[in-house]
Ligand binder design. Structure first.
Ligand SMILES: NC(=O)c1ccc[n+]([C@@H]2O[C@H](COP(=O)([O-])OP(=O)(O)OC[C@H]3O[C@@H](n4cnc5c(N)ncnc54)[C@H](O)[C@@H]3O)[C@@H](O)[C@H]2O)c1
Length: 353
């Protein structure tokens, strides 16, 4: 395991997408577990999904921060260069974590422009701000969200960071791959340590309503029908939010060393290393919804489920090889799917009660 080369105590940390699912959970963890940390969050609070949920998450971050000025929120888009530059100039973050992005594979087919705006222009603005802040009091480590989708429909299972990732099957995946390349060039040209994290289907409390586990819960509990793509045969490496946050934190504390080309750049898989067939996942979810009393005793899944073909942009399987993440950070996911879904359903039931 790599030694920690940075303590986060007393540091200013910039998190973009801090009202998002992963960003808010990361901010809460850092505020609870790190002495004297100051979180600066940026989020444009867009309405890609229910913005009330983003407000709810900001409330959780604010209460983890308590009274005082441990959390500063900037409402705005990373696609606005002046806003990003001003945030870096004013708060001088030591670590910046870029989680803001237009997420979702299917949405990128209907709305390609927002992906270019947030994931390319916004990402470029973050890199430029890091570059201009470098030197004394500048950013010492930039981390950013990539995605398992960069592996496309790779047949090499499990997905390793040494696999080819130049055949994206969606625009979303292409923007995430582009981010990795842009970051590499900045790490090489300007010597800024950069870490890309390829997340695999993150789920859990206060998660994303556009993702299957959340959407299925909404539909099934309101008597609607769900569509299960690829006839339920897709496999996903569902990764619980607390495990993802632990992985991000470990990565934040260990900026990459120089590689053989003297570049301080590395990508890691953050996945569960335990893929599950979509149909099995639906059964587990229904079991938890029934246990929580959100589905009636006589619930008949068959009458509320349609098995349909593959969606454009989707991949058949995701499965993370996490040997490098384990070797360098001691990353070992702790939460099995059943336990994770149970915690999601408990939160869901409370939130919508
Ligand atoms: N959740 C997953 O399963 C998963 C998997 C792979 C990769 N990722 C990546 O991880 C990151 C976080 O994902 P998430 O699940 O928390 O998504 P999320 O949509 O909940 O969070 C992203 C946040 O970024 C904000 N945002 C979007 N565009 C912005 C912009 N231009 N300026 C400022 N804020 C902006 C949104 O309002 C949102 O609150 C994203 O980069 C996503 O692509 C997530």
């Amino acid at each position: 395991m790599l030694e920690k080369d940075m303590s986060l105590d007393g540091k200013t940390i910039l998190i973009t997408g801090c009202a998002g699912f992963i960003g808010a959970a990361l901010a809460v963890e850092l505020l609870r577990e790190t002495k004297g940390v100051h979180i600066v969050g940026i989020d444009n609070m867009n309405d890609y999904y229910d913005a009330a949920l983003k407000e709810h998450r900001l409330g959780l971050v604010q209460s983890a921060a308590g009274r005082g000025s441990r959390f500063t929120f900037i409402r705005g888009s990373i696609a606005e260069q002046d806003l990003v530059r001003e945030a870096f100039r004013k708060y001088k973050p030591t670590v910046a974590v870029n989680l803001a992005a237009q997420a979702g594979v299917r949405h990128s087919i209907e709305n390609p422009g927002t992906y270019i705006e947030s994931n390319i222009t916004g990402f470029f603005n973050m890199l430029e701000a890091c570059r201009h802040s470098s030197g004394d009091g500048g950013v010492e480590h930039f981390l950013f969200a990539s995605s398992s989708s960069v592996y496309g429909n790779s047949k090499s299972i499990p997905y390793s960071t040494s696999d080819r990732t130049d055949c994206p099957v969606s625009l979303y995946a292409a923007t995430k791959k582009a981010d990795e390349l842009l970051a590499y060039s900045y790490a090489k040209l300007y010597g800024i340590p950069m870490t890309g994290l390829r997340f695999f289907t993150v789920y859990g409390p206060a998660g994303r309503p556009d993702m299957a586990y959340f959407d299925f819960s909404n539909r099934l509990t309101s008597g609607k029908t769900i569509q299960v793509y690829n006839y339920g045969n897709c496999r996903r490496d569902f990764t619980y939010i607390d495990d993802v946050v632990a992985g991000i934190r470990s990565a934040m504390e260990r900026a990459p060393r120089e590689d053989e080309d003297s570049v301080r750049y590395k990508v890691y898989n953050i996945g569960n290393h335990s893929p599950v067939k979509l149909l099995d996942f639906v059964h587990l979810l229904c079991g938890e919804l029934e246990r929580a009393g959100l589905l009636g005793a006589g619930f008949d899944l068959g009458s509320q489920m349609r098995l349909v073909g593959m969606q454009p942009g989707d991949v058949e399987s995701t499965y993370a090889d996490i040997s490098e993440t384990e070797r360098d950070f001691g990353f070992r996911p702790k939460t099995g799917l059943q336990e994770g879904l149970k915690r999601f359903v408990e939160w869901y039931s409370d939130y919508y009660r």
